[in-house]
Design a protein around this ligand. Sequence first.
Ligand SMILES: O=C(O)CCC(=O)C(=O)O
Length: 280
Amino acid sequence: MAAEVSSIVDLAGDLAGTYRRTESSGRTVDPAIAEADLAALRRDGYVILENLLTPQQLAEIRADVLPLLARTGRNDFEGHATQRIYSVLNKTRSCDRIVDHPRVLALLDRLFLPNYLLSMLQVINILPGESAQMLHTDDSFYPIPRPRAALGAATIWAVDDFTADNGATDIVAGSHVWGDRLPGEDAERAPVVMPAGSCVFFLGTLWHGGGANRSADPRLALTAQYCEPWLRPQEAFTLSTPREVVREVSEDIRRMLGYSIHPPFIGQVDGMHPKRLLEP
Ligand SMILES: O=C(O)CCC(=O)C(=O)O
């Protein structure tokens, strides 16, 4: 049934007739846990969510992604001793829980407007000998001055344990509230030490970077990044993801790939809900 639109306020609602807005599985998380995660995130700019993946899930990820690792980075930012896999959803289903873990969605539900989007999903394997990556923030490419609310957020998931010397992500705690300030050479960068199966969730405004790998072993991780539903994601998922893959993933992931509408019209296809493209 068509929604009634008689004022500008109605345009902010869900106008879809057939494909109504779907609820995030973040709602399955105990609100007390999600609110505690959120309080830490707002205070420090990051929060560590420990032991969310089982050993079996980690083994499946490892088995699927290790054979896909090949060339090293093309510049200092990607890292000349770092291997990356892009377009992960098109290559394996084993990383889906990285994208749509309810504990992560519960935070995203509280930070962003409904139908926030997946902006990036990438495997990052930092090899022994890699130097520290330049510090950066993940939403600085949206040209809106700081200080401001984050326009996106990121997770980095440890597939190997993150230790003080194996390339664990470095963060600058509290830097999410900085204005124009840039971290200096002596920036307080500190490694996120956490066991495999955990993730660090941080705001798009937090300064961070891959750590130097001074150990003898690679450091395998995945990053999933998200953005407000009115922004352009880093990866053009609607162009790169074949419809058979879109049909296979969870409804949470489908919505975050762009099979959703930010009211009233952002994301429409030929004036209709994009899910019509998935009809037989
Ligand atoms: O791999 C990491 O720990 C962080 C990498 C990162 O922030 C990036 O490549 O944008």
